[in-house]
Write a new protein. Structure first.
Length: 450
């Protein structure tokens, strides 16, 4: 049976340092700045409209809960992170993190943790206390035959059992309650309605799973209170002890072989039954080394975050439309279509860059007896000319600007170039408050002059 062992979810804190309060106040300031723009225009805003940046990583606001302002990494949803005031609930760390499956199964746990450390550099210590870990095994096997009475537990507090399915097929079984419980469920069915379908489908295919056959997930959820029994307090300690934690969990909640015990004992004392062979195989084969070694360098993670796809385009496009609306810019479908065609044309028919245009002259410096330098140019045919000095309209004084605008006005319809030059001159005159009465502003006419 094909099996993939791993960590399906990881929850932890970062311990903040004395500089953290500056980060927290900056986060609040960024949020208020964005809200202020909407309020000024009396426009309703949603949580998803609020974004902040920490060390160039964009986070989207999710809401406030239990004193924390929660955000998610906006592009790929690699993680969720919460920040609270250092003065609130002093018994709790200030930065709370949940790693998402999108990141765990693409970039890897260690890579995301390194990314977070870099993002929060200067505001945290090296202590990363654990709050919850879900250690699991994806297995290519049909567990729909399993019923809740086929499990036994060592401790009475684990005996809460819930079963979802019908008389012929089990889809999900929950055993136990916080701080330790098992969830066994049909992963194939879950994927059909999951946003993570594409990621998990690729993950399973890369591990030679047959997507046409059932895939089940055996997942143990271990909270901080349970982990303390093993003197485990940090993420590092969890990652180095996953095998022992998983195998102990398999012993504490066992799937039994009902054929190994009499019907009478099955009703009254099923603890004497042998462990089911499948359960033993899953327990003994546990290996998570390759999963934890799946890491990407920090630079590659940053490049992955910068990959542009349809989701990021939609996110940025909607943001631009909202920004234009907030600032009272006039937009309509025809204008947006014009911009689309203009952008597309700039890609299909790019204008040559200056360095791509062949230079058809050589600069020559001539020094006379007095030491004065005269700058000339020798053309391809060998002739030597004095280059014309180009002066920007902003460098002209008011009188020179008047003369230039008056001169270029007469030829503005001869070409697009002259028209653009005239418009530049007019903008400069308007900027200086010198728009003269004598200059006649003509209506643009693309038809040739007669």
């Amino acid at each position: 049976m094909k099996k993939i062992y791993g960590i399906d979810s990881l929850y932890f804190f970062f311990e903040s340092n004395e500089e953290y309060d500056n980060l927290y106040l900056d986060i609040l300031d960024q949020m208020e700045d964005i809200k202020g723009v909407f309020r000024k225009k009396e426009i309703q805003f949603e949580k998803k409209d609020i974004h902040i940046k920490i060390n160039d990583i964009t986070l989207q606001y999710l809401g406030r809960r239990e004193g924390f302002y929660f955000f998610k990494e906006s592009q790929h949803e690699l993680f969720r992170i919460g920040f609270k005031d250092i003065k609130d609930n002093r018994g709790l760390n200030d930065i709370r993190v949940q790693l998402q499956g999108n990141g765990i199964y693409t970039i890897g746990i260690n890579s995301i943790i390194e990314l977070l450390k870099k993002m929060l550099d200067g505001y945290i210590t090296n202590f990363i206390p654990i709050t919850r870990v879900d250690i699991n095994c994806f297995i290519q096997h049909d567990f729909s035959f399993v019923k809740k009475d086929m499990f036994v537990t060592r401790k009475r507090k684990y005996s809460t059992i819930n079963e979802i399915g019908d008389a012929n097929s089990t889809q999900t079984i929950y055993i136990g309650k916080d701080p330790f419980k098992l969830r066994l469920y049909n992963k194939s069915l879950e994927l059909k309605k999951s946003k993570k379908f594409e990621i998990m489908n690729e993950y399973f295919l890369s591990n030679d799973f047959d997507m046409e056959q059932p895939i089940f997930n055996i997942e143990f959820q271990l909270h901080r209170r349970h982990l303390r029994q093993y003197e485990i307090q940090t993420v590092e300690e969890v990652l180095s002890n996953t095998k022992n934690l998983f195998q102990n969990a398999m012993d504490e909640i066992r799937l039994i072989d009902t054929s190994s015990i009499s019907e009478a004992n099955l009703q009254n004392n099923k603890y004497q039954a042998k462990t089911h062979p499948i359960w033993e195989e899953i327990k003994n084969d546990f290996n998570i080394e390759s999963f934890l070694q799946s890491t990407i360098s920090l630079e590659r993670v940053k490049r992955k975050l910068s990959i542009y796809d349809e989701n990021k385009f939609e996110f940025e496009y909607l943001g631009l439309i909202r920004k234009a609306y907030i600032n009272n810019l006039t937009l309509d479908i025809e204008y947006l279509k014009e911009l689309y065609l203009k952008a597309k044309d700039s890609i299909l028919n790019p204008k040559p860059k200056k360095e791509q245009i062949k230079q058809r002259y050589v600069d020559i410096d001539i020094i006379d007896k007095e030491g004065n330098i005269k700058r000339l140019r020798q053309l391809e045919d060998g002739s030597i000319i004095t280059p014309t000095r180009t002066v920007s309209v902003v460098e002209l004084n008011d009188y020179e600007l008047f003369r230039y605008a008056d001169k270029i006005q007469n030829v503005q319809h001869e070409s697009q170039w002259f028209s653009d030059m005239y418009n530049v001159a007019l903008r400069e005159l308007k900027f200086r408050g010198l728009m003269p009465e004598v200059i006649k502003v003509e209506v643009d006419d693309e038809s040739p002059s007669i």
